[in-house]
Write a protein that binds this ligand. Sequence first.
Ligand SMILES: [Zn+2]
Length: 183
Amino acid sequence: MTEVELVGNALCLDFANTVNARPVARRDWLAAPEGALTWARAVGLPVEDPAGLAEALPGMREMREAVFRVFDALAEGARAPRADLDSVLAAHAEGVGRARLEADGELFRLRWESPRTVRVLLWEVAASAVELLTHGPLDRLGACPSCVWLFLDTSKNRRRRWCSMTTCGSRDKSRRYYATRSS
Ligand SMILES: [Zn+2]
């Protein structure tokens, strides 16, 4: 199995990036329980209790598309769809209702009881989406022009264009290289 690539710089964006082509997925980490477990481990939020995971996958994919539509619209300077904002908020509200506030360094963060279930994983994603929406930096939001991945541009000069230089960036460079050579 290939490795999970994390280029989003935010959990909610990496969640949107669990599929790497739309509308027809070339690779989808949420297509089967194994992939979802692999992805959750890769982002440091392993599912410790996988009960109900297979049944939860369609809901996870719906949530992913809602998160994607919200941040893809914002990355393009468009309005985030109201229905998708409502879905994200509903998941967050459910999660907040089950969370505790725990000290995390000088601040606090939402924490859920272990073992982590797939529900908790979704609440973590929803919390990340609400955090990004309410605190930003939304002006750093980008969408790779080659694939459908979203990311926060944390580079100093704010010139990041690609999801990653090793995949889309280098593909584009070689495309341009060959285009120049053949012209
Ligand atoms: Zn890309």
